[in-house]
Write a protein that binds this ligand. Structure first.
Ligand code: 8X3
Length: 259
């Protein structure tokens, strides 16, 4: 095990966050499992009550983040690992038909939320010269697809912020990585994206063997156990059944203005 002892995982109530928190706790880390849904956090905590400490946190609200961190028991105050996992997608409509409110929610959670939590732990990590921040990006941040508009934009932010954060931390022992998964099943991602239309959500994965939350948790465990001198900057993951879309061409396109 690495010399990291304490980990904070956001979005720990389901999906990647749940599995990452579970895997870290099973490996002996003390895990602060943060999310808004306390009932689901309690379920997680029951799996490993000794190592999982559930906390209510709304990552989009800096005061909620600081309140949660300020009320941690003394032995959990020094956070060594931050897994910035909380995030969501809403809709796959083309930009012209999207709701501005949906866009704002994605920006709030995927960008502002990640920044609120990062800011809250970074100072302590730098002072102790010890820490590892792992951000959950997405292939959507690197590879555009129809309907990915703002979701992909927020994940492009996560990717570039990770690089810039790492650059700013040069000269410290801190590590920063971004994991960019492609198609992942067995999470609530598509159910949230399609606003509770579970049939539509399930159809995304028909006939695929997609990435599972356990695959992401395994990758996190690999990263946190790398030797002190090694920083894995970026990990892009896709299931074997998925690959790049290629560039598309519309034929006989009408370029005349509609009067
Ligand atoms: C999840 C990958 O392709 O559904 O971030 O946007 S994708």
């Amino acid at each position: 095990m690495s010399n990291y002892k304490t980990a904070l995982v956001t979005g720990a109530s389901a999906g990647f966050g749940f599995e990452i928190a579970k895997a870290l706790a099973e490996s002996g880390f003390k895990v602060i499992a943060a999310a808004r849904r306390e009932d689901k956090l309690q379920k997680l905590a029951k799996i490993n009550p000794e190592n999982i400490y559930p906390v209510f946190m709304d990552v989009t609200d800096a005061s909620s983040v600081s309140k949660a961190l300020n009320t941690l028991p003394e032995e959990l105050r020094e956070i060594d690992i931050l897994i910035n996992n909380a995030g969501l997608a809403l809709g796959t409509d083309p930009a012209v038909h999207c709701s501005l409110d949906d866009w704002k929610v994605m920006v709030d959670t995927n960008i502002t939320g990640l920044l609120c939590v990062t800011k809250a732990v970074l100072d302590g990590m730098v002072k102790r010269n010890k820490g590892y921040i792992i951000n959950l990006g997405s292939t959507a941040g690197a590879w555009p697809y129809r309907g990915g508009n703002v979701y992909g934009g927020t994940k492009a932010f996560v990717e570039q912020f990770t690089r810039n954060l790492r650059t700013d931390l040069q000269g410290t022992a801190l590590k920063v990585s971004v994991i960019k998964p492609g198609l992942c099943s067995d999470t609530e991602f598509s159910n949230v994206r399609f606003k509770g239309d579970d049939a539509k959500a399930a159809s995304v994965y028909i006939g695929t063997e997609s990435i599972k939350p356990e695959d992401i948790a395994n990758m996190v465990m690999y990263l946190v156990n790398t030797p002190a001198h090694l920083n894995i900057n970026e990990v892009e993951m896709m299931p074997v059944c998925q690959t790049y879309g290629g560039l598309s061409v519309v034929r006989n396109l009408d370029l005349n203005e509609i009067k």
